[in-house]
Design a protein around this ligand. Sequence first.
Ligand code: HMG
Ligand code: MG
Length: 298
Amino acid sequence: RTDDRVTLVEMGPRDGLQNEAAALTPAVRVELIRRLASTGLTHIEAGAFVSPKWVPQMAASDTVLSSLDHDAGIRYPVLVPNMKGFETARAVGARDVSVFAAASESFSRKNINCSIAESLERFRPVCEAARAEGMRLRGYVSCVMGCPYEGPIQPQAVLTVSRALMELGCEEISLGDTIGTGTPAATRQLLAVLADELPVEQLAAHFHDTYGQALANLLVALEAGVRVIDASVAGLGGCPYAKGASGNVGTEDVLYMLNGMGLETGVDLDGVVDVGAWICEHLGRPPASKAARALAAR
Ligand code: HMG
Ligand code: MG
């Protein structure tokens, strides 16, 4: 694929904050989203309509969503695990919703308290309602290369769940290397299997950088034709149900690489570095992104 435009889907306000020890107020979360939007990011995951008992950091996602301007040409996807979450998201103006499944049975149970098959049945009415409302619908598959409980995951398992999500109407499948154990070889093998059966335009790469493999794996994904990349400002986050997982690959690191490769995103790297420094001050932690640290030290 020769297409030189890449869409970044910013994960900081959702995947980033959901696993930070400090739960931020809705006002700070909204300010983070506004600042991210001002850097040129057009897709910003803004919250999760999940149980606040399971993920307290995402409580009050309804307040966050209500505070955003949904007509400004920026997409604010949110996670919805079931109809309850969907109804709340719709009521506060969500136009992009995402369901999330896993390629590993054990992870599915730990994360959403049901089997993979049960999760797909739970998503069916959500997907139907989302499509009836003309919403954009994304499906996540977690543990695409490895599971914290089951170890390596076979590409075939990822293909089966991805196909099921597409059949439910998901326009995009985001491939989550939840615990970051994938290597370039595994990424190449996974994408070879998937791209044989599914349109590569509908695949997104969602890589966590736990083992430092994310950029290498993204390069392989780009070579396979993937043009949608999930990343988190300052490399914030992880996953509360994947012990030891670190954040998504840093948005700054991805931007530095894409800029160097002449791939266009429309996003201002220096702007993202500033936002990362600002939110890290709120969280009382340094940025995990190496590019952010290097650029801030100039
Ligand atoms: P459950 O306990 O099986 O659900 O949880 P339930 O239907 O039996 O309901 C139990 C209680 O939860 C009830 O409240 C419900 O009202 C409430 P109670 O009567 O006890 O007071 N409830 C809800 N509250 C708010 N919003 C809702 C909702 N649904 C039920 N939508 C459930 C099932 C899915 C809700 C739960 O397991 C959950 O919330 N899990 C959180 C999962 C999560 O957010 N994980 C992190 C995001 S996924 C991720 O990070 C991976 C990703 O980044 C990709 C990758 O990296 O791999 C996407
Ligand atoms: Mg994730």
